[in-house]
Design a protein around this ligand. Structure first.
Ligand code: FAS
Ligand code: PHB
Length: 392
């Protein structure tokens, strides 16, 4: 089998890259180890930055966001028994964020790729990458126990944190930056009308909590928990009691309860792999970086990488110029370190670390007061939350 660009992984990064290349007349093949239904149904990210929505719209993928997406202008931070909203739409002069779940993004992209007759191999794990230092790399894969190979000009690892692509980069040329947080998030989906129109964060001494939105009748909620906690340790009563304690403030609507339909624990990690390219291999999305979900940057950063890479590959084929390809890793890492800074800083600010001294806890409160109570603090949060510029 042969194509111009071999893409490993049919998550948001792989699907978006394939779609963008197709629109430029560049061929690709996506090789995905899971079943298509599994890929489409995974519940993950929930919030799109302004730039991601603009990207989807510019590529003809904005219709369902217009129908189902919920435009957000503000986040309410609750601490000290009070509400401290940041209107990021106002602070940035009109930039928004949208609640539009990742599985809807994947559905939009999968529909577009299928309509275009894209070559997507599902339930086909990639087993090895070869020749990435030369002009004709090979992707080896297996389908129903039968080995196959894809010859291409470029290979893009969009295979997520547990993928194999970054391991094809020689260890002596790679550097891993990693931080694991001493807590996780219990994610909850409830059949409850969101009581508040804004995403609401509770920065409580018992731990962090968040009320987000999925639809006018479905609430997405998160509770800080132990990193190795189990959803089985959390009865519905215990969940609602913790959410009320960490989110409710006097004089404002309390969160609505409802039937809990899904709960799961997500570990929290900051991870960055450098470089994001080697020879004809490029990495995009979670294959190269992970951020704690606090800042809603995982999916959006994957899209930013793809926007840079698609432009660089297009320049290679259309103009025979490779300076954007050569600068791909440096371009993405420059933005990604700012995203890591925002995500790690926010995560550290809003969570309660067991055993923290009173000094550290007061510093956290001072950070929250500065971020929500000053123009500079609100602007810095708002610029990052609605999305930093992408140099593409
Ligand atoms: P993905 O992991 O989505 O896709 C990688 C694909 O590669 C997968 O389909 C995988 O099956 C495939 N693959 C792996 N190895 C392969 C191989 N050897 N051969 C073939 N295919 C292979 N982000 C947020 O912004 N906000 C959130 O609230 C949030 N919550 C999350 C909750 C959970 C439980 C998880 C795991 C992640 C969450 N994220 C969140 C981050 C998440 O949304 C990612 O950033 C996003 O999926 C990144 O997309 P991709 O880079 O495409 O990677
Ligand atoms: C979500 O709805 O999943 C969400 C919202 C805001 C965040 C993170 C996650 O900052």
């Amino acid at each position: 089998m042969r194509t111009q660009v071999g893409i490993i992984g049919a998550g948001p990064a792989g699907l978006m890259l394939s779609h963008m290349l197709h629109l430029e007349g560049i061929s690709s093949v996506i090789i995905e180890r899971s079943a298509q239904e599994h890929v489409q149904s995974r519940l993950r990210a929930g919030v799109l930055e302004q730039g991601t929505v603009e990207m989807m719209r510019s590529l003809g993928l904005g219709e369902r966001i217009g129908q189902l997406g919920l435009e957000q202008h503000s986040i309410d931070f609750r601490f000290g028994g009070e509400s401290h909203p940041i209107n990021f739409h106002e602070a940035t002069g009109g930039r928004s964020a949208w609640v539009y779940p990742q599985h809807e993004v994947v559905k939009d992209l999968m529909t577009a790729r299928s309509a275009a007759g894209a070559r997507m191999l599902f339930e086909t794990p990639v087993t090895a990458l070869e020749g990435i230092d030369g002009p004709t790399p090979v992707v080896r894969f297996e389908k129903d126990g039968v080995a196959g190979e894809l010859h291409c000009d470029f290979v893009v690892g969009c295979d997520g944190f547990r993928g194999i692509s970054r391991h094809a980069i020689p260890a002596q040329k790679a550097q891993v930056h990693d931080r694991i947080y001493p807590f996780g998030w219990l994610g909850i989906l409830a059949e409850a009308r969101p009581a508040i129109k804004d995403i609401t964060w509770g920065c409580h001494e018992d731990g962090f909590a968040m009320m987000s939105i999925r639809t006018p009748s479905i609430t997405r909620l998160y509770l800080q928990c132990e990193p190795d906690d189990s959803p089985d340790n959390w009865s519905d009563d215990r969940i609602w009691a913790a959410l009320h304690k960490r989110l409710d403030v006097p004089g404002l609507p309390t969160i609505n309860e409802g039937r809990i339909t899904q709960k799961g624990v997500t570990a929290m990690r900051s991870f960055l792999f450098e470089p994001m390219q080697h020879g004809r291999l490029f990495l995009a999305g979670d294959a190269a970086h992970i951020v704690p979900p606090t800042g809603a940057k995982g999916l959006n950063s994957a899209m930013a990488d793809v926007k840079v890479l698609a432009r660089a590959i297009e320049r290679h084929y259309k103009r025979g110029a490779d300076e954007l390809l050569e600068r791909y890793s440096a371009t993405c890492l420059k933005r990604m370190w700012l995203v890591q800074r925002f995500s790690a800083g926010l995560c550290t600010m809003v969570h309660s670390f067991a055993g923290d001294s009173s000094f550290v806890r007061r510093l956290q409160r001072a950070d929250l007061e500065y971020m929500t109570g000053t123009h500079a603090g609100r602007l810095q949060f708002s610029e990052n939350f609605t999305g930093l510029p992408v140099d593409a």
